[in-house]
Design a protein around this ligand. Structure first.
Ligand code: APR
Length: 229
């Protein structure tokens, strides 16, 4: 059986693909107030603004390409059972070729019913518009976990955290919960790597910090891990 690796990624892994991270944008997110575009209250107040915002994010993500960080993780699968748990809503891990991916905060390429959350659809192309309806006749919303909403994929992510040999954290400030609490499910004998130029000091023991950008740090770490087995 291959050793098990869980890779927990955040906005930093996609930064070099041209997608801005959240916490270095000074309270604004691509010039929008986060409360207006990424909360249920914002959606209730002005759904068109929210759809326009995510249409722009979708255009940006669809035009971006996976970088060396995303690509290096794919080669890890040669020798490891690799599970990616990402906070990112882009699909750059999928497009790089990783096979097991859990999106904690939703996916830009999907929409869902604003009435019945289990009704989830693919967004064809870049745009989700006012008047695009689910089969029950209600407006479709972006399939994104907004601030203040539950994180339905969290229980699946916690299951994945069982019996992990290596836990790798890439490009996340570890400030958003419950996602950041995945770290609490790592056992004492799990090796931990953190790759981030401005690495959050999440714990003191057992961690190897690689304070580099993902495009450099991830291939280095992957080469190291591939040599071990
Ligand atoms: N390579 C690796 N890490 C990088 C790079 C890079 N090239 N550039 C920046 N970083 C790091 C930053 O140092 C920071 O620690 O990426 C991290 C980005 O942190 P955030 O912007 O807070 O992003 P993230 O942790 O993914 O945010 C979590 O917050 O708004 C929500 O739902 C949204 O999923 C998101 C969540």
């Amino acid at each position: 059986m291959k050793p098990k690796i869980v890779v927990f990624t955040g906005a930093g892994i996609s930064a070099e693909s041209g997608i801005k991270t959240f916490r270095d944008s000074g309270g604004l997110w691509e010039n929008y107030q986060i409360e207006q575009v990424a909360t249920p209250e914002g959606w209730a107040r002005n759904p068109k603004l929210v759809l326009d915002f995510y249409n722009q994010r979708r255009i940006q993500a669809n035009n971006a390409e996976p970088n060396k960080g995303h690509l290096a993780l794919v080669t890890l699968e040669e020798k490891y059972d690799v599970h990616i748990i990402t906070q990112n809503v882009d699909n750059l891990h999928e497009r790089a070729g990783s096979s097991k991916i859990t999106h904690l905060h939703g996916e830009l390429t999907k929409s869902r019913s604003s009435l019945e959350p289990s009704l989830i659809y693919d967004v064809r192309g870049n745009f989700l518009n006012m008047g695009d309806l689910c089969e029950l006749g209600s407006q479709l919303r972006p399939h994104i976990v907004w601030f203040g909403e539950a994180v339905p994929e969290m229980s699946r992510a916690i299951d994945i955290m069982q019996n992990v040999d290596v836990f790798i954290v890439i490009g996340t400030s570890m400030q958003v919960y419950p996602a950041a609490s995945l770290m609490d499910y790592v056992s004492n004998n799990t090796a931990i790597y953190v790759i981030d130029p401005d690495a959050p000091r999440v714990r003191t023991n057992n961690i190897e910090y690689i304070t580099e950008k993902a495009s450099l740090g991830v291939p280095k770490m992957v080469a190291q891990l591939l040599k071990k087995v």
